[in-house]
Design a protein around this ligand. Structure first.
Ligand code: SF4
Ligand code: SF4
Ligand code: SF4
Length: 173
């Protein structure tokens, strides 16, 4: 997934869409907005970022899960099988992005890249509602995909790359 920080207006539509689509309990979230201001008055900049699990290639949450509940699909999506999760929270501790939470029902939950929608050929809920169309989603292993083109033609950054998790959430800058 790639998110254009130059077009995101911080409206939180993506957060509401996620909570509705995925029955996220009130008080919890799978995605959230971060606002970062920089500079010195009057020369200030504001960056809005819609953040979520980065579906890391080298995911510590998958490695440390004692039951295999946290796993990666063949497409590279990191998921939690709720029925196999014992709620030990090792994955929450291991995630540098603070992307997971313990659901009131006892299992750990987080962004799934809306895996259930992908199987039907739909985009993730957050991507589908964004009013500024600032979110891109697709197969970065396919050089002809829109997201590959975007990443080729735009400058982008990763969050906390020094953590070494090889995140797959790109922020266009
Ligand atoms: Fe930003 Fe789009 Fe989310 Fe609104 S819906 S906060 S514009 S990413
Ligand atoms: Fe795991 Fe956190 Fe990476 Fe998501 S962002 S794959 S929860 S380490
Ligand atoms: Fe929520 Fe789906 Fe977007 Fe992940 S991809 S933040 S689960 S709406």
């Amino acid at each position: 997934m790639a998110i254009d920080t130059l077009k995101c207006v911080g409206c939180s539509d993506c957060v509401v869409a996620c909570q509705t689509e995925n029955n996220v309990p009130i008080g919890y979230c799978r995605d959230w907005i971060v606002e970062v201001t920089d500079g010195t008055y009057p020369n200030l900049t504001l960056e809005n970022r819609s953040e979520r699990c980065c579906h890391c290639s080298n995911a510590p949450c998958v490695r440390c899960c004692p039951t295999g509940a946290s796993h990666k699909t063949e497409e590279g999506v990191v998921l939690v099988t709720h029925s196999d999760c014992i709620g030990c929270a090792a994955c929450i501790t291991s995630c540098p992005y603070d992307a997971r939470y313990t659901h009131p029902e006892g299992y750990v939950d987080k962004c799934t890249f809306c895996y259930h929608r992908l199987a039907d050929g739909l985009l993730p809920a957050c991507v589908s509602v964004c009013p500024t169309k600032c979110m891109y989603f697709g197969d970065i292993d396919n050089p002809e995909s829109t997201i590959s083109e975007v990443l080729k033609n735009r400058k982008w950054k990763l969050l906390i790359p020094e953590a070494g998790t090889d995140p797959k959430l790109y922020f266009l800058i």
